[in-house]
Design a protein around this ligand. Structure first.
Ligand SMILES: Cc1cc2nc3c(=O)[nH]c(=O)nc-3n(C[C@H](O)[C@H](O)[C@H](O)COP(=O)(O)OP(=O)(O)OC[C@H]3O[C@@H](n4cnc5c(N)ncnc54)[C@H](O)[C@@H]3O)c2cc1C
Length: 379
């Protein structure tokens, strides 16, 4: 006898055994589902997202379409060497190109505005080191990005921006920004269009490899699938505690409308620990994880007065000197980090695969991770 909760129609349409179940409806999960259907048009592909709206990073981020400011690149080169850096920048750049191709610039509201790294007076030495590296990174990344004029010294534009406590400005001309909400809406639309079934409000509690497939325990009951792709990013340790996936919460705020606001670009301050841009006529500002790394190494949503107050002070001291606009929105999202710069895209157990850990750059890398995962599970 069947259960009394779901109708025959619901069982036949939504809850039937799937060829592929993707757990997690963020950028990576949705892209993977879309590409799986493109590779296997007959496959029954279902995305299970635990919340009504995705609750990780994909609807919470700042919408920077970026691949690295010079100080970040220097740090990453120290970790992975020049070849490792080229590889990771390539993944970000190709990921952005793939996202733009998949969704379209208009739907993303993509704007090639350029990115700027700001250095405080106290960072004079670092600023000089980074400035000296401009020709080196222009050369190293020319083939990856397709131009030799990626980075430039933009300090002469200080008066235009009128920031407080900023001594040096370095520009990345190949970066841009997009509208995070529109991106996710477009990915959801595309997923349905491609024949993917997306079920929000359906947490997966457990996964079990079984002969010939995978069993899933979900809020809708038990389901089975030939293959499961775990795209749960920072939340993946719930299923595989041994994975090197460390959560990093990011807090963001958006101000009231500010008449005359002029921030034509994306901006990184204090080695990228703070980031800001204009959204409409408001200022979006995020970051400050480094103020208390331990407190922010959590998957729990939340705001702290330490980070929020520091962000507000940054507006008054640096971004809009002397101004203290009202804050209309505040939120947090959770990223996933690891010791290595590369994302995890690999089998995790029989029938179960993982695609996660974009190291805080999933707007850039997410679509490519999704496509690689789709190729992996479709082979
Ligand atoms: C504040 C902030 C600012 C950022 N800014 C930028 C930026 O400007 N540029 C950039 O490139 N990147 C940025 N990022 C990073 C980027 O947003 C992420 O790298 C990217 O969204 C990761 O996508 P994902 O699909 O892997 O993970 P997520 O978006 O976290 O998706 C994972 C999904 O899995 C779901 N889930 C978890 N557990 C379960 C379960 N048991 N059952 C079902 N579903 C489950 C979650 O609800 C979530 O929706 C930012 C991130 C944050 C938090």
């Amino acid at each position: 006898m069947g259960d009394a909760v779901f109708s025959y129609w619901e069982h036949q349409t939504f809850l039937r055994e799937a060829d592929v179940v993707v757990v997690g409806g963020g950028i990576v999960g949705l892209s993977a589902a879309i590409f799986t259907r493109q590779l296997r048009p007959q496959a029954r592909v279902v995305v299970l997202e635990r919340a009504v709206l995705p609750t990780g990073a994909s609807t919470k981020n700042a919408g920077f379409a970026c691949f690295g400011s010079i100080s970040e690149l220097m740090e990453q080169e120290r970790k992975g060497g020049a070849a490792g850096l080229q590889q990771v920048v390539q993944a970000r750049w190709q990921g952005l190109a793939l996202l733009r191709e998949l969704v379209g610039d208009e739907a993303l509201h993509y704007q090639p505005v350029g990115g700027y790294e700001l250095f405080q007076h106290a960072e004079r030495e670092l600023a000089e080191e980074c400035r000296a590296k401009v020709p080196y990174y222009n050369e190293l990344l020319a083939d990856v990005i397709g131009t030799t004029g990626i980075f430039a010294d933009a300090t002469s534009r200080r008066a235009e921006f009128n920031f407080g406590n900023v001594q040096t400005i370095l520009e990345n001309r190949a970066e841009g920004c997009l509208d995070t909400g529109r991106m996710m809406l477009a990915l959801l639309r595309l997923a349905w269009q491609e024949g993917v079934i997306v079920l929000p409000g359906c947490p997966v509690m457990a996964l079990e490899s079984q002969p010939g497939g995978v069993g899933l325990t979900t809020a809708l009951g038990s389901l089975t699938a030939d293959k499961v792709l775990l795209a749960t990013n920072a939340f993946s340790a719930h299923f595989f505690p041994e994975l090197d996936v460390q959560p990093g919460r990011g807090q963001v705020l958006v101000t009231e409308p500010i008449p005359g606001l002029h921030l034509p670009g994306t901006f990184h301050y204090d080695k990228g620990y703070y980031y800001f841009r204009q959204v409409g006529d408001r200022l979006l500002l995020g970051g400050g994880r480094h103020l208390d790394f331990a407190a922010e190494a959590t998957t729990a949503p939340g705001l702290t007065s330490l980070v929020q107050q520091t962000l507000e002070q940054l507006i008054t001291d640096v971004i809009l000197p002397g101004k203290r606009p009202r804050i209309d929105y505040r939120w947090s999202g959770v990223m996933a980090f690891g010791r290595e710069l590369e994302p995890i895209i690999r089998p995790l157990a029989p029938g179960i695969f993982g695609a996660m850990r974009c190291n805080g750059m999933g707007v850039a890398m997410g679509a490519l991770s999704g496509r690689k995962a789709a190729e992996l599970i479709s082979n």
